[in-house]
Design a protein around this ligand. Structure first.
Ligand SMILES: [Fe+2]
Length: 318
């Protein structure tokens, strides 16, 4: 029998890109000893996005995996649907278990062709999951149950440590000490969330204020933290006026989404589990052909408070 969930069984195959690695020798359906979990935390800190293949996790096992890495966190998007009167279990986005989000375009018989609200979009913009809450999730776990036979829905990731490092000295100086309000009005396909009205100015924008650069608590490194960006009025830099904010955010987004920072999971297979770090990466999704079934289950790993690079406390020192 092949050994699993031991230190010697772990095999790491880096993507060769700016981030991402496949990890073999792990099955989260089986017990994971502490020393193996600790080793995975180190591997995660080094590669930012980990791909595990050939797993078959039910929702309880997926949630237990989140618990291994710090706990589970319900998606804020769930609250918007609940506030709009959707009952748990009625809608894929409001699964019976609060920690699970179902991303599906199939009906109750498993037939493709219907799409949940978010999946009706052709693509999803670059974002860091739930950046629009005060304490965003540390990471996310996305497990593929059914994938389209002809591809589609590829997921790309980018390395926001490098995005920060690559900024010009001028841009680094321009963002020093600045914060961004992360707009919670729209979902990642830029549609208004249930219960939200179109904002008319920055005063209508709700969401937490986060530093433009955060410190990763495990690596101690600085990462650019932009969250997501929509048409004005939307996320804005607190310390700047509207025009200055939009101009600086445009430059930062260009730097943050540069091709050289990216790795793409372009061969999704049923059984894949992707685990990514929302503190130092963003992700985006390519168009999905909704005539083909696609079902994934996601859970969020419980967050820890954002450490500001502008905080002078020892934890934020470089
Ligand atoms: Fe996401």
């Amino acid at each position: 029998m092949t050994e699993i969930n031991t230190l010697s069984a772990i095999e790491v195959i880096p993507s060769g890109k700016a981030l991402g690695a496949e990890v073999r020798g792990i099955d989260f359906a089986q017990p994971v000893p502490d020393e193996v979990r600790d080793e995975l935390v180190k591997i995660w800190a080094e590669h930012l996005v980990l791909l595990f293949r050939g797993l078959k996790l039910d929702d309880d096992q997926l949630l237990a995996t989140a618990e291994l890495f710090g706990g589970q966190q319900a998606a804020k998007s769930r609250d918007f649907f609940l506030q709009a009167g959707v009952k748990p279990g009625e809608n894929d986005r409001v699964a019976t278990r609060p920690g699970i989000t179902i991303i599906s375009n199939v009906d109750t018989q498993g037939k493709a062709g219907v799409a949940s609200e978010a999946d009706r979009s052709l693509s999803l913009k670059w974002h860091s999951d739930n950046s629009y809450v005060e304490v965003p999730p540390t990471g996310s776990l996305l497990h593929a149950h059914v994938v389209p036979v002809n591809g589609g829905g590829e997921t790309s990731f980018n390395n926001q440590y490098l995005a920060y490092e690559n900024l010009s000295d001028e841009l680094k100086a321009a963002i020093e000490g600045k914060h961004c309000v992360h707009d919670d009005h729209r979902n990642t396909s830029a549609k208004l969330r249930p219960t939200k009205k179109p904002p008319k100015s920055r005063h209508d924008i709700t969401g937490p204020s986060h530093p433009l650069v955060r410190i990763h608590p495990v690596t101690g490194k600085r990462a650019l933290y932009l969250g997501r960006h929509y048409e004005w009025p939307s996320s804005y830099i607190v310390e700047l006026n509207d025009e200055e904010s939009e101009a600086l955010l445009a430059k930062l987004w260009e730097a943050a989404s540069h091709d050289s920072l990216t790795w793409t999971q372009d061969d999704w297979q049923a059984g894949d589990l992707l685990m990514w770090d929302n503190r130092c990466t963003m992700h985006a999704r390519a168009p999905v052909d909704h005539s083909q079934a696609r079902v994934l289950h996601r859970t969020l790993i419980k967050g820890d408070p954002v450490i500001s690079a502008w905080d002078k406390s020892p934890a934020a020192a470089e």
